[in-house]
Design a protein around this ligand. Sequence first.
Ligand code: SAH
Length: 471
Amino acid sequence: MNHFPIFLNTEGRRIVLSGGGDAALAKLRLLMKTTAHISVFASAADDQIKAWAESGKLRLIERAMEPGDAMCAALFYAADEDAAEDKRTAAIAHADGALVNIVDNLADSQFITPAIVDRDPVTVAIGTEGAAPVLARAIKADLEERLPTSLGTLARIGKAFRKAADALPFGRARRDFWRDYYFNAGPTAFAAGEGAIQPALDDLLADHLMKDTRKGHVAFVGAGPGDPELLTLKARKALDEADVVIFDRLISKEILELARREATMIDVGKEAFGPSTPQETINDLIVEHGLKGAQVVRLKSGDATVFGRLDEEIEAVTEAGLDYHIVPGITAASAAVASIGQSLTRRGRNSSVRFLTGHDTRGFADHDWKALAQPGEVAAIYMGKKSARFIQGRLMMHGIDPATPVTFVENASRADQQVLSTTVAEMEPTLTEAGLGGPALTFIGLAPRAALAALPEIPMPHMHDQIQEAH
Ligand code: SAH
């Protein structure tokens, strides 16, 4: 980081700018949002600058800069759009002790002006050190859309209310109150007029003071196959509000990073609890935290309702008298089939599709092999790597066409996704030879579509070319 971001207190300070054209105008529009005393030196100033001077918003001195003009200034902007003149004025300001910015000249500037999202007193400054103005623009446009215009007013009024809100116990109670203010009660009151905000705050505080301490709750959340963009908005929200997240081995790091920063993260799929935590222990953990009043997110890969031992956990939760809800997710079969450009069902081919598990509590799982061996059948097999040879044997025994396609999709939706296309006759030893290390979904009866295009490059959302990151 070459440029360190800070927020400069401009109250009562001088800011000096040299220039009277477009570049000067653009900078002045930003600077006039501050409480600084602004002086502009320009022998030929734009009418708008003259008008601002007349209405007392800035001081206009209609001549070129001279030594001493930037004395006691905190900041100086060289905005004459003329390299020689900018160099001259910058040298003067530098000698006068001001921090210098030369418009559109990053190399000779001591500071740069970020792209700004202004919800005063909430201000977001975005900078890329000149490396990627297009990125700064995109981030700014995204934030402009996301942050309601009421935010500034709400923050200003909220700030004055902080003392009163300290009546609430520290921690979740206070956090809930402010969240309710900024995202529900506040915006609603704002819509009815600024005058409605203060009474709404008073009511809200009375409400929250009366509220029983919140009851614990468990959300069983499907995290999808791994790509964080395949999370549902509901899953995202649950992670945002979680006090405790209890997650499995297959949940990707990128998804865990979306959880609320203060949330306790409990890994029930790894060494800490042995190779895999016993189901009983997981049930106990969920219940224990729920009973303490926590918002528990039980995060499961794919869809929580598919081979996820969900019922055992729900039973434990209801037995303990806790409320729960389920947030569906994208199951591995959906992600895997998308990656090979096929559909799970197809008119005239198969009017049903089976989701099978390769093994169950008793070992390799038994299925209706005879039905599965029929032409056109499609099956998605979860946890099917170890049992591949067993499945192959059973299908052959029941007379399946040995040329029936078999596709393994490893790490579906993740950056390291791999597709292995083979047939029933060759699925073993092909699979063993490939040595796939990650989770894999096996399709019987589906091959990757031949003319499958490479994945398109996905552009950043909201790439509106609106606002420039200024230098
Ligand atoms: N509830 C999960 C399945 C849990 S069982 C779901 O709905 O997807 C675990 C099995 O799911 C793995 O053995 C593997 O067969 C499959 N699986 C999970 N994530 C996968 C992924 N990203 N790619 C391929 N298969 C995956």
